[in-house]
Design a protein around this ligand. Structure first.
Ligand code: PXL
Length: 274
């Protein structure tokens, strides 16, 4: 007997320790009951001999295009998460691949800088992401740094400023094609007792707040958050409820975080059981 589970697709990088990247995305999909399909954009290997710096290798653009062709020819995919892309050439091929078919949802985790890259390359990447992929997104999930960069704000220190950043980023999305959503994540970096995220749907601001689980950053939180939204959207959940599931899953995954020798512990997706 065959079955038809919800299908969740991710285009993202490998982070070799298993904490972040496509490894975290696929674990998240599985935990939420979606069948994961993945396309690799780059390979990141932290360097334990050099302060866990990022060693970054992009996947050849043609190989990315081949992977997207294989995935989209095999399955009727209509919900995709886009994670780390890393170079303007990668962004170009991913944008062209996304434009080749309609999507019900494109969830963009706008990963801007990889520490292994030259600042100049990061600026190119920032511009390309903003121009080529952001207009295709239906949901975008910037962290505090990404929200500042995309919104062109010097600093974000309050929930009101986080909401203002979400509004400004919303104005960058292609609003001609239906409702678009921005989830700006305050995380541990926004001062205060709570981990606050702000959802803006073009009309209304919704604030999601839970008490912070410690003050340390945990690796994989952003990846897991956007992947959980993607899995829920694949299952037919609406955006608001999908964001709430993502928040709950990340909170639980941080409470049950996996101890690691890297500077950050990592999220344990398996701790979330709904
Ligand atoms: O957490 C951001 C991220 C996403 N994707 C890959 C990464 C990282 C951070 O290291 O390596 C592949």
């Amino acid at each position: 007997m065959s079955s038809t589970p919800p299908l969740a697709y991710v285009i993202a990088g490998s982070e070799a320790t298993g904490g972040a990247g496509i490894q975290a995305d696929l674990k998240t999909f599985q935990q939420l009951g979606a069948y994961g399909v993945g396309t690799l954009t780059c390979i990141v290997s932290f360097d334990p001999k050099h302060d866990w710096g990022h060693r970054f290798v992009p996947v050849d653009p043609q190989v990315i295009a081949d992977q997207v062709e294989a995935a989209t020819s095999t399955h009727a995919l209509d919900v995709v998460k886009v994670g780390m892309l890393g170079t303007p050439a990668t962004i170009d091929v991913v944008a062209r691949s996304l434009e080749a078919q309609p999507w019900r949802h494109v969830v963009l985790d706008p990963v801007l800088i990889c520490k292994g890259q030259e600042p100049g390359a990061a600026l190119d990447t920032d511009t390309a992401l903003r121009e080529r992929v952001l207009p295709l997104a239906t949901v975008v999930t910037p962290n505090l740094f990404e929200a500042k960069t995309l919104a062109g704000m010097d600093d974000i220190t309050t929930v009101d400023e986080l909401a203002e950043a979400a509004r400004r980023i919303h104005a960058l999305l292609d609003t001609g094609r239906g409702p678009r959503y921005v989830v700006a994540k305050g995380g541990v970096e926004l001062a205060g007792p709570d981990a606050v995220d702000v959802l803006f749907d073009g009309e209304e601001v919704t604030v999601l707040a839970v008490p912070k689980v410690g003050e340390e950053r945990v690796s994989g939180a952003g990846c897991t958050f956007a992947a959980a939204i993607t899995a829920e959207l694949a299952k037919g959940t609406d955006v608001r409820a999908a964001v709430q599931v993502a928040k709950d899953m990340v909170t639980r995954g941080i409470e049950a975080r996996v101890e690691a020798r890297t500077p950050f512990d990592t999220v344990w997706q398996g701790a979330y059981t709904g």
